[in-house]
Design a protein around this ligand. Structure first.
Ligand code: FAD
Ligand code: NAD
Length: 472
């Protein structure tokens, strides 16, 4: 194609990173093409990640609560039955509604959407193998790599999504397993363990580290949520490494585990094993070799602070490059990268990206953990407030959890906020805003919070950080 036909921006990947960049660029008046091979937009997050997992978490929680947590509230229910097919259908309805919604938004913003697999032919041309057959190519003044990530496989255990599953199989099982082993006690492991344990499976989570929750979770919080999840019936083997595994039949898998510190090996068996040991950047078939782009030792596309690869008009954002693999991080980067292209400046504060684990109660945090601060030799002050002392949590009969704040002892500036609580994922937005604005714990403590709300625990933790809480 000639230069005059070149698009302002060609995006490879229609996940959160790709579709958000497409919408933003469309809004900026750019001529944009977005190439996605999946057949639907929204990537991992909308199709097989954030959205379907939250549907299952929400409805399995409701089911579990109706079964086990109504009588003492004065609600007597009759025969409660699980209709797994309908549970999955409700999930699919949410997914389809949202992915179609994204397609509508691309159209509304004048984005050309091509269903196919993109690969670099040269520095300005992307060849597309169309899903419907045939081939085309698109020329771009700027090209954005937004190809996301894929499941990290476990050597020796081939994922068939029935017996040996990844998160994609875990959101689509057709029957509740009797016994399930989860390899990896990170966020995927714990969210999926929660879903299937609530629906009736006996779930064992094997985690290599001494603490669950994956990277970034505060150790005190991780210990506390582990106790809560254990009470809910999940079995934990921490400090334990899965060394090998074998599928025996379509409903039997064995895994060998070893104490991380040395000790007795053990064999565990289950009818389903979930591999949740992390995700890795996805660049398969992208033809990076055709343009001489190299990856780092973890397979990530190397970029500078303005998301440029070493070929300046080719940029990259989302899971396929550096930083936490989170949808909202991808979204922030997608907006920023378009701003860099269009205006020459953009902004993402990497010190201020919240993380949420959607178990019950939820766990959420932003900023640094206590162990991060200790390791970096940064002095800090801690303030905590338990939900057991919060009036709303007490009336709701949901008192597990707490708010923990870390602040600079000299300036009182907030350094990190960590929450376990029924509404932690929503509450962390307040903490993120505080951190982004450089607030002190006193700023939060002097902000009026409505009564009776769970958010008062947030305010009281701030009071406890530089002085004393009222109700504890
Ligand atoms: P992706 O969403 O992976 O999108 C990349 C897209 O590019 C894919 O659709 C792929 O088909 C396409 N693609 C790849 N190569 C090509 C090519 N050559 N040509 C055309 N198209 C191509 N994050 C959260 O913040 N909150 C959550 O609650 C959460 N829950 C999750 C639950 C699960 C089970 C999983 C697996 C992940 C979850 N995540 C969550 C992580 C989140 O899904 C990712 O961080 C996010 O999807 C990253 O967006 P992305 O656009 O960079 O990549
Ligand atoms: P993770 O990195 O969070 O956790 C993987 C865990 O597996 C680690 O704790 C690791 O120590 C453990 N592990 C690795 N090898 C092991 C072995 N052989 N035996 C026992 N344990 C082992 O990865 P994940 O949970 O797979 O999640 C992948 C990505 O998806 C993460 O970046 C996560 O942030 C993202 N995600 C986010 C959400 C959310 O925001 N709610 C939900 C799901 C996924």
């Amino acid at each position: 194609a000639s230069e005059s036909e070149a698009r302002d921006l060609v995006i490879i990947g229609g996940g959160v990173a790709g579709y958000v960049a497409a919408i933003k660029a469309g809004q900026e008046g750019m001529k944009v093409t977005c190439i996605e091979k999946r057949g639907t937009l929204g990537g991992t997050c909308l199709n097989v990640g954030c959205i379907p997992s939250k549907s299952l978490l929400n409805n399995s929680h409701l089911y579990h609560q109706i079964l086990h947590d109504t009588k003492h509230r004065g609600i007597e229910v009759g025969d409660v039955k699980l209709n797994l097919a309908q549970l999955m259908k409700a999930k699919d309805t949410s997914v389809t509604g949202l992915t179609k919604g994204v397609e509508f938004l691309l159209k509304k913003n004048g984005v050309e959407y091509i269903k196919g697999t993109g690969s670099f032919q040269d520095e300005h041309t992307v060849k597309v193998e169309l899903n419907d057959g045939g081939e085309t190519s698109v020329t771009g003044k700027n090209i954005l790599i937004a190809t996301g990530s894929e499941v990290t496989p476990f050597p020796g255990l081939t994922i068939d999504e029935q017996t040996v599953i990844s998160s994609t199989g875990a959101i689509a099982l057709e029957k509740v397993p009797e016994k399930m082993i989860v390899i990896g006690g990170g966020i995927i492991g714990l969210e999926m363990a929660s879903v299937w344990s609530r629906l009736g499976a006996q779930v064992t989570v094997v985690e290599y580290l001494d603490q669950i929750g994956g990277p970034g979770m505060d150790t005190e919080i991780a210990k506390s949520i582990q106790k809560i999840l254990k009470k809910q019936g999940i079995i934990f083997k921490t400090g334990t490494k899965v060394v090998s595994g074998e599928k025996i039949s379509s409903n039997e898998v064995k895994v060998e585990v070893d104490s991380a510190k040395g000790g007795k090996p053990e064999t565990l068996d289950a009818d389903v094993v979930l591999v949740a040991i992390g995700r890795r950047p996805y660049t398969g078939g992208l033809g990076l070799e055709n343009i001489g782009l190299e990856l780092d030792d973890r397979g990530r596309v190397i970029i500078d602070s303005e998301y440029r690869t070493k070929i300046p008009h080719i940029r990259c954002v989302g899971d396929v490059t550096f930083g936490p693999m989170l949808a909202h991080k991808a979204e922030e980067e997608a907006v920023a990268v378009v701003e860099y292209i269009k205006k020459g400046y953009g902004h993402v504060n990497y010190g201020c990206i919240p993380a949420v684990m959607y178990t019950f109660p939820e766990v959420a945090w932003v900023g640094q953990s206590e162990q991060d601060l200790k390791k970096a030799g940064i002095p800090y002050r801690v303030g905590t407030f338990p939900f057991s002392a919060n009036s709303r949590a007490k009336t709701n009969l949901d008192t597990d959890g707490m708010v923990k704040m870390l602040a600079d002892p000299e300036t009182d500036r907030i350094l990190g906020i960590h929450i376990i609580g029924p509404n932690a994922g929503e509450m962390i937005a307040e903490g993120t805003l505080a951190l982004e604005y450089g607030a002190s714990s006193e700023d939060i403590a002097r902000t009026c919070h409505a009564h009776p709300t769970l958010a008062e625990a947030f305010k009281e933790a701030a009071m406890a950080t530089h002085g004393k809480a009222i109700h504890y």
